[in-house]
Design a protein around this ligand. Structure first.
Ligand code: NDP
Ligand code: ZN
Length: 355
C-alpha cells in the first residue's frame, strides 16, 4: 500500500509498505476523510519527538472498516467510524489510573504518526477497536467529523483542565483550530468574557462566532498587559494555551488572578525549558495552577463529542477552509499546514471508492 510519510526529520515523501496486519482486537480501515495537523509539522520539521524513518503521517481520520479481528464485538466490516488521534491500550495501569492517553508511558496512547504508521495511507491499523472507535452518526459529514479526532477533544480538554465554569473570564491564547475549539468549549461551559489571541482573519471571525467577546493581537504588545488593560487590572480566571511557544506561559501568567488555572494543550515543539516567573507566580504562593495535557480519547468520549455535533450545539463547517479529494492531494494539504497561509484554518482530504 502507499502512504505519505516522514522520511526523516525535515523530509516528507511517499512510501510503499506491506498492508498492516489485523490482531484479534483490532481493525483495519481505509480513509474516508483525513485532516492535516500542526502536530505533524512539529514532528517532521522541528523533529519534536525525535528521528523517525519512513513513518506514515496523519492522525485525524474518519474511515471505513475493511477487516476486524475475531475478538471485536461491536464493529464489523463496512462500518464507518471516527478514529481518535489517540488510541490507548485500555488495559494498561495508566488507563486504570485515569490517564489512558499515557498508556505505556508519557504520551504512549499517541501512536499514529508518532511511533506507528498514521492515517495518510491507503489502509491503517487501529488497536483495540471496541474501545477506540466510534460509529460515524448517520448523516454526519465525514470531513466535518474529522474534527472529532483531535481538534474538538484537544480544545475541549484545555477547557476541562482549566475547569472553566459559569461566568468566568477566560483567555484563550491561540485561535488556530485547537484554540477555536477551546473558545467554543469555554462558551459551552458557560464562560462570561472570552479573550481570544490571534491574528488570522478567518480565525478571528470564527472565534467571535464561537463566543470570543474580545480579540487580542499578540503582535500589538505583551498579551498580559493587553488583558490587564481590558479588565481594569483585574485579570482573568483561567488561561488556555493553544499557541505560542515555551515562553508563552511566562508571558501570560501576569494576568491571571490568584487561584486561577493555566492549562496548556500546545505542543511545545522546541526550546529547553518552560519558565515560571517567581513574582508573577505569587512568589510560589499565588495558588496559580499550571497544567497541561494530551487529549483524552476512547469510544465513549468520542461518541459524546459526536453527540454535540449531531445535536447542533457546535458547527465545525467553518473550520474546514481547504478541501481536497484523494490520496494524491495529501502532500499539498500537509504543506498548507506547514506554510499557514492567512486564510487557512484546517485542510481536509476526502476519499471516494468505486466498491
Ligand atoms: P495553529 O498554528 O493553527 O494556531 C496557533 C495559534 O497561536 C494562532 O492563532 C496563532 O496566531 C497563535 N500564535 C502564534 N504565535 C503566538 C504567540 N507568540 N503568542 C500568542 N499566540 C500566538 O495551531 P493549531 O490550532 O493547529 O494547534 C495548536 C497547538 O496544539 C499546536 O502546537 C498543536 O501541535 C497542538 N496540539 C495539541 C494536541 C494535544 O492533545 N495537546 C493535539 C493537537 C494539536 P495567528 O492567528 O497569528 O496565526
Ligand atoms: Zn492533530
Amino acid at each position: 500500500m502507499r502512504g505519505f510519510a516522514m522520511k526523516k526529520i525535515g523530509e516528507v515523501g511517499w512510501v510503499e509498505k506491506e498492508a498492516p496486519a489485523c490482531g484479534p482486537l483490532d481493525a483495519i480501515c481505509r480513509p474516508l476523510a483525513v485532516a492535516a495537523c500542526t502536530s505533524d509539522i512539529h514532528t517532521v520539521y522541528e523533529g519534536a519527538v525525535g528521528e523517525r524513518t519512513d513513518m506514515i503521517l496523519g492522525h485525524e481520520a474518519v474511515g471505513e472498516i475493511m477487516e476486524v479481528g475475531e475478538l471485536v464485538k461491536d464493529f464489523k466490516v463496512g462500518d464507518k467510524v471516527i478514529i481518535p488521534a489517540i488510541t490507548p491500550d485500555w488495559g494498561s495501569l495508566e488507563a486504570q489510573r485515569g490517564f489512558a492517553q499515557h498508556s505505556g508511558g508519557t504520551l504512549g496512547g499517541w501512536k499514529f504518526s508518532n511511533f506507528k504508521d498514521g492515517v495518510f495511507a491507503e489502509l491503517f491499523h487501529v488497536n483495540e477497536a471496541d474501545a477506540n472507535l466510534a460509529l460515524l452518526p448517520e448523516g454526519m459529514d465525514p470531513a466535518e467529523a474529522t474534527m472529532i479526532s483531535d481538534m474538538i477533544p484537544t480544545g475541549f480538554h484545555g477547557v476541562e483542565l482549566a475547569e472553566v465554569t459559569y461566568g468566568e473570564d477566560v483567555l484563550v491564547v491561540g485561535i488556530g483550530p485547537v484554540g477555536l475549539m477551546a473558545v467554543a468549549g469555554s462558551a459551552l461551559r458557560g464562560a462570561g468574557r472570552i479573550f481570544g489571541v490571534g491574528t488570522r482573519p478567518n480565525c478571528v471571525a470564527l472565534a467571535k462566532e464561537y463566543g470570543a467577546t474580545d480579540i487580542i493581537n499578540y503582535k500589538d504588545g505583551p498579551i498580559a498587559e493587553q488583558v490587564m488593560k481590558l479588565t481594569d487590572n483585574k485579570g482573568v480566571d483561567k488561561i488556555i494555551i493553544a499557541g505560542g511557544d515555551v515562553d508563552t506561559i511566562s508571558n501570560v501568567i501576569d494576568c491571571i488572578i490568584p487561584g486561577g488555572i493555566i492549562s496548556n494543550v500546545n505542543y511545545l515543539g522546541s526550546g529547553e525549558y518552560v519558565k515560571v516567573p517567581r513574582e508573577a507566580w505569587g512568589v510560589g504562593m499565588g495558588h496559580v495552577r499550571i497544567t497541561g495535557g494530551l487529549m483524552p480519547a476512547g469510544r465513549m468520549r468520542t461518541e459524546r463529542l459526536a453527540n454535540i455535533l449531531s445535536n447542533g450545539r457546535l458547527d465545525v463547517s467553518g473550520m474546514l477552509t481547504h478541501k481536497f479529494e484523494g490520496l494524491e492531494s495529501l502532500p499539498e494539504a500537509l504543506e498548507l499546514m506547514n506554510q499557514k497561509p492567512k486564510e487557512l484554518i484546517k485542510p481536509v482530504v476526502t476519499f471516494s471508492y468505486d466498491d
